[in-house]
Design a protein around this ligand. Structure first.
Ligand code: ADP
Ligand code: MG
Length: 449
């Protein structure tokens, strides 16, 4: 199949040719024609498979072919969970809109509010935004959505995880034209929360799933290493940085504090490192991502702030220094490598604190994940056994008296609870920060985005 088979406007075709793409990817082959017929879509395919163009192309086609429903209101709104991803989507969109009659703008949290008000007054056709800030402008009446033709949610599930359901509902309610079309994209869309949300937002959506979130990504190698404690993880990290032949590497940690500590440690070792976290101001965040994408540093240390969507072609390795709190983020984190058909390596550290997350990932991927060890750096930790807990059941004992209730003790293996294999394997929890890492991990993406 060729892009020319879609019957696209010549302006779109010339940009596609300029990008040098020979043929549409599988998700593009299915989603572009489906979206062009006006269907709402819930579309999923693996990381790095070209989902961005699968929504940008039909959006442009619709604008070029149909008259606007309103002169004033934006025609397309694209929402993403993070500012970095919004910027990246905006850059791709601009490749198509530059030199055209269409104006595209970027509205992000952390940037000057009044400048954005002026930008919105210019009646842009496309808005790419993070949901919190866009909802703020909507509340204050800086723009209206009654003429919106297309609402696109990229990484929709992550926006829900981050607590943006209310803002999304507000945007949905304001975009009330009966001809509005809605498209949802992600590599992981098959969980119940997303389904309920999709039902409320989408009209008779067509589901397109190229593989499933559990399908093996054949271009990304997964290796897992057992670790005893933080020091052990640091030694393994040093080993891999030194011995793995890598272009660029992203290291994911559980918390901002871990990101900062590792960054200091690696910088002191003379390594070319940069750390991205949500507490930095937007200028700093932009500078870091621009520098890293230009190859100015070899290593980016971050949290799940950067797990979604970012397309950095020279990332050959992803290291999970800590396993993610949200199971599906594993798929997204390792998906920062092995993009658009290139090969990638992922290395994950599994210490006692990561065990539950590791087992969840194993369940999610529906495969037995094996451990590898580095000579001289083998862990004593062997994993945790499912915990046996005593559950007291009240059962009616009919044999003695019809009215006597009897306590019966039953042993039950409780899923997702683990005991150390032996006393020596008990978790060593000597983190420097006082806050439980998993509790602040999720707050790294600025909540007001
Ligand atoms: P996803 O959203 O599925 O993770 P992206 O949309 O970020 O993937 O695309 C991943 C990479 O693939 C990008 O660098 C993009 O430019 C490239 N790409 C997109 N479509 C094609 C295509 N048809 N052929 C080759 N490369 C493509
Ligand atoms: Mg994407």
């Amino acid at each position: 199949m060729q892009f020319s088979d879609f019957g696209l406007d010549s302006k779109i075709m010339s940009t596609v040719e300029h990008l040098g793409f020979n043929e549409p990817t599988e998700i593009q082959q299915q989603a572009i024609p489906a979206a062009m017929t006006g269907h709402d879509l819930i579309a999923s395919s693996k990381t790095g498979s070209g989902k961005t163009l699968a929504f940008i192309i039909p959006a442009l086609q619709r604008l070029l072919k149909n008259r606007a429903l309103s002169k004033r209101d934006p025609r397309v709104v694209i929402l993403t969970p993070t500012r970095e991803l919004a910027k990246q989507v905006f850059t791709q969109l601009r490749m198509f809109t530059t030199g055209s009659q269409f104006k595209a703008v970027l509205i992000l949290g952390g940037e000057n509010f009044n400048d954005q008000v002026k930008t919105l007054e210019k009646d842009p056709h496309f808005i790419v935004a993070t949901p919190g800030r866009l909802a703020d402008h909507l509340t204050q009446g800086h723009f209206y959505l009654s003429g919106l033709e297309l609402l696109i949610l990229d990484e929709a599930d992550r926006m829900l995880d981050l607590g943006f359901a209310e803002q999304l509902a507000q945007i949905n309610k304001a975009a009330d034209h009966r001809k509005r079309q809605t498209l949802m994209f992600s590599a992981t869309l098959d969980h119940a929360q997303v389904n309920d949300f999709a039902l409320a937002l989408l009209k008779k959506p067509k589901r397109i799933a190229i593989g499933s979130a559990h399908t093996e990504h054949k271009d990304i190698t997964k290796r897992f290493y057992l670790c005893d404690n933080l020091t052990h993880k640091e030694k393994l990290l040093e080993h891999f940085i030194k011995n793995e032949d890598h272009q660029q590497m992203i290291i994911f940690t559980a918390t901002r504090a871990d990101t900062d500590r590792l960054s200091t440690m690696l910088t002191e070792q003379g390594l070319s490192t940069v750390a991205l976290s949500g507490e930095l101001n937007q200028g700093q965040r932009n500078q870091i991502m621009d520098g890293f994408s230009k190859g100015q540093q070899k290593i980016l240390i971050t949290t799940d702030l950067a797990s979604r969507g970012l397309d950095l072609i020279n990332v050959s390795h992803v290291i999970n220094f800590d396993m993610p709190k949200h199971t599906e983020e594993f798929v997204h984190r390792i998906g920062r490598t092995g993009r658009a058909g290139s090969k990638g390596e992922s290395i994950s550290f599994v210490g006692p604190k990561d065990w539950l997350s590791f087992k969840n990932v194993e369940g999610f991927l529906q495969q037995k994940l094996n451990f590898t060890a580095v000579k001289g750096l083998k862990a004593k930790f062997k994993g945790l056994k499912p915990k046996k807990v005593i559950i007291e059941n009240i059962v009616k004992d009919n044999t003695k008296s019809a009215t006597v209730n009897k306590k019966q003790k039953t042993k039950k293996i409780v899923k997702n609870s683990f005991l150390a294999q032996d006393a020596g394997d008990l978790p060593v929890l000597k983190r420097k920060q006082a806050v439980a890492p998993q509790d602040i991990e999720n707050t790294d993406i600025n909540e007001i985005d």
